[in-house]
Structure formats: structure tokens, C-alpha cells
Design a binder for this molecule. Structure first.
Ligand SMILES: Nc1nc2c(c(CN[C@H]3C=C[C@H](O)[C@@H]3O)cn2[C@@H]2O[C@H](COP(=O)(O)O)[C@@H](O)[C@H]2O)c(=O)[nH]1
Length: 366
């Protein structure tokens, strides 16, 4: 008997003893985000959920989203979001969410990083989307991963030009980190995925969780995990919002088809905690609330930051369950709740109705 045959027999014996047979259906992919969010919530001392507030917010959310008939269609209604339903839009969304982090600056509002495009001044997340659209209009192949690794042509100076600020505003925060993320992701796509994120989508075989896991296993700058109370907790915010943006943009079809899309949680950023506190779902301890109201920095990885992010993920999960309990006929997943809360927060900010500042952590994770 050859060595290989001995090995195969041993492997077969082991599999049978572990109750694994070749015909067993593949176990559905899972991310760790939701269970880690519950762990953080159960171990939080400075952030708590107000159950009465969460119940009331669920009722309001349902009414508002029903009135607006809120759905995936709203994603493409945004003026700056790409409209084509093809691979060029997959490239656009990959670049967008690769760099979709940390736009806040603490100068006067007028000094915040801003991009003028189509006659408007765009700040925050929208400044990034506007800069990408502006570069494409200028004939720069900024959404092509193969271009990111052609460092002789796609120089740091060109990237600084692409993400240049409009008049009288600060430069884009963490621009050096963004360029690093671009290069790193470009090499990973070139070396492992034929230069295109569509290969990653194909390899995940229609599973949103599998795609999130594939992203965080292969792209270090998207592997958003941290230490909390002696264990590792996973947020995977930009990996998740990347999958969610594909799903919403393609309305669940084509590159946006995922049979387990409801496994995707809220995206642990700095806007949703602010909104959840404003509508009475989240409560902060006095020291934390004072720190946030003074717009003081919370260091990346600080327990306060982990509690803010984890409790927000768990809170949106409870909002989703409460809406489903009150209205079983409704299909409102964590993604649509999140998108609606983010857009509502931005409307409040535009009208100057912010009740509390967002927390200030400077990092590439969100
Ligand atoms: N949880 C969550 N976080 C989101 C978004 C979005 C934009 N998504 C668009 C797509 C569909 C929706 O309808 C939105 O129109 C950006 N962010 C995060 O916020 C921060 C930027 O804040 P500010 O500087 O104020 O723009 C930064 O961490 C960024 O990563 C979201 O939807 N959910």
C-alpha cells in the first residue's frame, strides 16, 4: 500500500470518527461580528442600551421607513453614487469602501476637508465619493486596481491630486494611510484575484458572510478586529459595508446577489452611535458623555471606543428584532436600518440639529 493510500485511509478514519462524511452539506459561513457585539454589550460599563428608548425608536423607524418606502433602491438615488450596473461599478464601490473612513477634522466646520463637485461642496463620506467622480471625469483610472500598482504612473503625487481639497479646506485626513491601503489592496488583487474584486465575489458563491471572511482574511487594512476584556472582537465595518453597498446598488441581483445578506450587521462607525444616543437608544456614563461633549480624542482600541462600536451593533440588532416583532410582515434588515439612520443623522447635521457630537477616534477602521 503506498504512503498516499495509507494517508487517505487515516484521513477517512479521522473524518468518520469526527462524524464528518463527504456528503455532509457545507456548513453555512458565519462572521463573528454579532456574537462579539453581544459580548461587548454584556461587558460594557460606560455604554448601555435604554430598552424603552429602543422600543420607541423601533416604532418610529418602522413608520418613517414605510412612509418613504425605504429600500435598496434608495442607494442609487444618491446623486454621487454610480448608476451603471456592471463591473465598473464593482470597482467603484471597492475603491470607495477601501477608503471609507475617518473624514472628521476638528477645525471650524468651514475648514473641514471638502470637495467641490457639480456645483456643490461635499464633506465627510460624500467628499470621498465626489473626489472619485472628479478623478474619473479628469480621465484618471482611479477605480482600476491594476493602476494602483503601477507606481511609476499612479504616483503618490497623482493620488494627492485626486484627493485634493477644494479651496479653503483642510487636506483629506489620513491621506498617507489611504494611499497605503490602495497600494496594499492593489497588490493583493493582482497577486491573488486576477486584479479584480469580481473574482472575490465569484469565490464567495453568493454568501455575504463568506465574502466578508474572504475580504478580512486577504486584505489586512480591512481586518477590523480588536482586543476587549481579554478577547478578540470583530467589527469588520468596511468589509461589511462593502458587501452591503454591492447588495444595495445591484438591488440583490448580479454582483449584489447574496442568499444570506441578513447576516450583515450595522456598520460600527462614528455616526450611528451618535444617532442612537440622539434618539434615546444609547446611554453613556457621565465621564464618557462629558469626554464626547468636549470633543476629546478617544484612542483607537480604548475600551470606551470598543463599547461604543459594539453596543451600537447590538442596539441595531435589537431594533431589527423589535420591528420584526411589531410588524412580522416587514423585511427591514440591519443594513437598511443602518443606511436610514446614517442618512437621517446627516440630515440632522445639515440642519444643525446634532444633540451630541460624534466620538473622536482617528483610525483607518471606520
Ligand atoms: N454605519 C454607516 N456608516 C457610514 C455610512 C456611510 C455612507 N453610506 C451611504 C450608502 C448608503 C447610505 O444610504 C449612505 O448614503 C458612511 N459611513 C461612515 O460614516 C463616517 C462618515 O461620516 P461623515 O464624516 O459624517 O460623512 C465614516 O466612518 C464612514 O465610513 C452608512 O451608510 N452607515
Amino acid at each position: 500500500m503506498s504512503d498516499d493510500e495509507v494517508d487517505l485511509d487515516l484521513l477517512e478514519l479521522l473524518r468518520k470518527s469526527m462524524g464528518i462524511d463527504d456528503n455532509s452539506p457545507p456548513r453555512p459561513a458565519k462572521t463573528r461580528v454579532l456574537e462579539d457585539a453581544e459580548y461587548i454589550y454584556d461587558n460594557s460599563t460606560d455604554v448601555a442600551l435604554d430598552m424603552r428608548g429602543t422600543k420607541a425608536a423601533a416604532a418610529s423607524l418602522w413608520t418613517l421607513t414605510q412612509e418613504k418606502q425605504y429600500s435598496t433602491r434608495d442607494w442609487s438615488k444618491h446623486e454621487l453614487h454610480p448608476k451603471a450596473k456592471d463591473e465598473t461599478t464593482v470597482d467603484f464601490i471597492f475603491l470607495m469602501d477601501l477608503l471609507n473612513f475617518c473624514f472628521w477634522s476638528d477645525g471650524a466646520p468651514l475648514e473641514q476637508y471638502a470637495v467641490e463637485y457639480h456645483g456643490k461642496k461635499w464633506t465627510g463620506y460624500w467628499s470621498l465619493v465626489a473626489a472619485i467622480q472628479r478623478a474619473l471625469d479628469e480621465g484618471i483610472s482611479i477605480t482600476s486596481p491594476n493602476f494602483w500598482v503601477m507606481e511609476g504612473e499612479c504616483t503618490d503625487e497623482l493620488l494627492q491630486h485626486v484627493f485634493r481639497a477644494s479651496a479653503n479646506s483642510m487636506p483629506m485626513p489620513l491621506l498617507g494611510d489611504r494611499i497605503y491601503c490602495l497600494r496594499e489592496a492593489g497588490y493583493v488583487l493582482r497577486d491573488h484575484f486576477d486584479g479584480s474584486f469580481t473574482t472575490c465575489i465569484e469565490q464567495s458563491k453568493g454568501s455575504a458572510a463568506a465574502l466578508v471572511n474572504l475580504i478580512v482574511d486577504n486584505f489586512p487594512c480591512l481586518d477590523d478586529r480588536h482586543r476587549f476584556e481579554g478577547t478578540t472582537v470583530h467589527f469588520h465595518k468596511r468589509a461589511q459595508i462593502l458587501v452591503a453597498d454591492l447588495w444595495a446598488c445591484f438591488e440583490g441581483e448580479s454582483y449584489g446577489y447574496f442568499h444570506d445578506i441578513d447576516q450583515i450587521t450595522m456598520f460600527a462607525d462614528y455616526r450611528i452611535p451618535q444617532m442612537l444616543h440622539s434618539v434615546g437608544c444609547l446611554q453613556y456614563s457621565p465621564p464618557l458623555e462629558s469626554h464626547i461633549r468636549q470633543k476629546r480624542i478617544i484612542e483607537n482600541g480604548h475600551p470606551w471606543e470598543i463599547q461604543l462600536r459594539g453596543c451600537s451593533v447590538w442596539c441595531v440588532e435589537l431594533l431589527k428584532r423589535e420591528i420584526q416583532r411589531q410588524h412580522p410582515e416587514t423585511h427591514l434588515n440591519a443594513i437598511l436600518i443602518d443606511f436610514f439612520l446614517y442618512d437621517s443623522m446627516k440630515e440632522m447635521e445639515t440642519k444643525g440639529h446634532e444633540c451630541i457630537p460624534h466620538h473622536r477616534t482617528r483610525s483607518i477602521w471606520y
